[in-house]
Write a protein that binds this ligand. Sequence first.
Ligand SMILES: Cc1ncc(COP(=O)(O)O)c(C=O)c1O
Ligand SMILES: [Zn+2]
Length: 409
Amino acid sequence: MKTVNGFRCIKCTKEWLLTQAKYVCPSCGNNLDIVYDYSEISKKISRKDLQHNTSYNMWRYQHFYPVDNLCDKPALHIGWTPLYKSSHTSNLYIKDDGRNPSASFKDRASAIALLDAIYKKSPCIIGASTGNAGSSIACLGASVKMPITILVPNSAPQAKLAQLLIFGATVVPIDGNYDQAFDLCQEIAVKNNWYNRNTGYNPYTREGKKSCAFEICEQLNWQVPDWVFVSVGDGNIISGIWKGFYDLYHCKFIDRLPRLVAVQSSQSNAIFQAFTHYNKTKELSVKETRATTLADSISVDIPRDGLAALKAIIDSQGTSVEVSDQEILQEIQGIAKEFAVFAEPAGATSVAGFKKLTAQNMIKENEKCVCVVTGNGLKDVSSALSVVNRPQPIAPDISKIEEYIHRRI
Ligand SMILES: Cc1ncc(COP(=O)(O)O)c(C=O)c1O
Ligand SMILES: [Zn+2]
């Protein structure tokens, strides 16, 4: 592709042609980033072109992606999710990414990985997942009849397991955590020469995640937000969103960049710790933690795209904040009340982070903030039920029912 120069290693910065590397840096084994020729992209797409483009989905930004076999794209509607303005808090917006086909942000990444797998004539896609990446590639795979195999912790919420099975993936429930599933997946992928979709290992996933940044800017009529809040597990969503803003900036679609906030549960906070450590020492290093958060999608011991996430925070002059699991759960209800949007715990985490920084006076009143709500609440109803009072059943008797209702209104 004329628009793509090749790969650059996130750690050692060595550059490679697309034919010289597959997933990771051949020299140091770290993650790769795809490097573009922005002058070539600028020849193909402008803000004006977008004004005349009536296909409102992630493919409207096709020239920013490292794939050109768009004829293979799934027919599903991916991206252009709603951006809702708060009615209570001036300048707060949420991006409801639970509205994607498999009900999470991950469909943006799966779409690009799927096209890459088809282009490379892979017979099968394999991935390890906390639940959403798997259900996403299972969904998209089903739409183009691509066989999918997913290793998933047996503890994943039922709805995510149900999605995997309904979409016809080969599901391998692992009696272990996500990190173990991830390592096993790497081994199986190599042995069978299957396409590996693993988040934070496959450089193509980040490229699909950029689309969220493109949409935020276009939906705000190219006014760049001051802050973007993102919940973080492996760190691939935040690094992808940062790349999206960076691409737009270098193609002169926007004239400044936002500050990114990595929001984590205090019970899975490797990136928060790495950023705190960086502030003290200026050393870039992400250490393993022991993740126990109930926000299953961001429960990660070893963030697989940790370094790219850390750089996204630093380069954007952003920050990281940790919130308690209780704050995350409360925010599921907060978002439902304020926006009528149902978020899964990891989806609500970004807004919990916004509330925390606002309470700490880190955000000025006139600053525009976007929180990305990355997954739909129907994926984990037991977490939602834990913050509401579930009424006991009552007898089917009209007077008892009326009395019951009147006591509550
Ligand atoms: C709903 C949801 N939110 C946030 C994340 C975190 O993304 P990342 O692991 O790339 O940091 C995930 C990842 O699985 C997710 O499914
Ligand atoms: Zn390297």
